[in-house]
Design a protein around this ligand. Sequence first.
Ligand SMILES: *[C@@H]1O[C@H](CO)[C@@H](O)[C@H](O)[C@H]1NC(C)=O
Length: 502
Amino acid sequence: MKCAIVVLTLLFCVKAQYEFPTGFEFGVATASYQIEGAWNDGGKGENIWDRMTHERPDLIEDGSTGDDACRSYYKTEEDVRLLTDLGVDFYRFSISWSRILPNGHANQINQEGIDYYNELINRLIAAEITPFVTMFHWDLPQPLQEIGGWPNPFVADIFVDYANILYKEFGDRVTNWITFNEPAVVCEQGYSTAGKAPAYTQEGIGGYLCAHTLLIAHGKAYRLYYRDYFEEQRGRVGITLDSWMYMPEDEESQEDQDAAERAFQFFLGWYANPIFSEEGDYPEVMKSRIEAQSQEEGFRSSRLPSFTDEEIEIIKGSADFFGLNHYTSEYCTTVTGTEDLPRPSHSADIDAFCYQSPDWESSGSSWLKVYPEGLRKLLVWIKQRYINPEIMITENGFSDRTGTLADCRRVNYFNSYLEQVLLAIHEDEVNVTRYAAWSLMDNFEWRQGYTERFGIHYVDFDDDDKPRTPKMSAFVFKNIIQTGGIDWDYTPEAFPPCDWDN
Ligand SMILES: *[C@@H]1O[C@H](CO)[C@@H](O)[C@H](O)[C@H]1NC(C)=O
């Protein structure tokens, strides 16, 4: 057994070898609808999540709403204390559009909403925590949905008006902006497959129209910052895209490689190519396949709208960093035919069958399986495809359905995924500069309500005060921030050691 001990020591040495570079920043992330509560307090208007949870409780796993959520609207002091205890460099949170502009339009500003975010921002700055602000994390004002929501191209300029208010009110202190969180989820799930509010099912159509408006909105909001605010505020504006790692089922098979590539282009390239590629615009494979499919289906023109040359230029290069949300991976292969898929649909347009390995550890979410190597591979894919952008990991995390405080499986997830980030930085020279754990605390997990918990703090939702308690993962994350490295042997006081063989 001596040999095994030597091997184990060696393994440990290899694992402990890399550290996060000086200047690398750690934070945690949340989203307004998932934590704030106070859905009709402080002058806030109604948004599409208020509407959907109230009118369609059947669409939420436990029939719950975000009406109260974590009550963060009333708890800025306490939340900032949690952040201070963690020792994070930044806090990524989102602003509720309806709290600032109750009817969605900039003609009526809700001062109470401005005051709330000022209080949060000022407390963060006093605690030396950088505010990292997402403008849109899915909670569209209901009145804008009633004019069609994102598929309505006029919503782009309405968003830019909202962004203008945010720069004007908060830009003297907020210099890190994310326009949109996970547009692929907003559009494909919101307008094509009913996975998120407003739960429309315009497959193969709604998602593409939504994305088109959203990309133009993003590009214009970025240009506005550089035209009117940058000189004085000196901040940065980016966007957060979500992506899984898509791998060919059989690495030797050209067909499988093409299938994985199509999955990448139809999910990530859809948004990343117009913004981060050298040539701009949608990926060629999307343009050609959707055009051909549309023709076959009897449409007069492609279901994928096209940008004008001017729009391509507005959008191209419109991000100072690549915000990335990543949780899991998939293997892809070709389908034997698209007969079983709905037509038209995004999935038939892709024509790839992607699935997760049954060998991967599961979580509290059906879609989330643990495959840490996927993060490193994805970072390398992004670096190679998009001219080596600065990448900020704006979400990464693990869910369970127990809420256990001794959350060894979440600790294992963070340790293993962060280890892959270290490898990407040191061995592949990917320029990753920030990492945000999802999430600061358990919260309203969209259509899963309160059944799935992602927090590094436990929230007791049965208690009206929604008290927070740090889980083991909060202490481990704090240790990583403090030491700048991963220590698999670190066991916070008052917790039993994790058994990594299980
Ligand atoms: C990463 O990107 C930032 C911003 O572009 C740049 O200042 C920095 O030098 C880059 N770091 C590396 C290691 O390439």
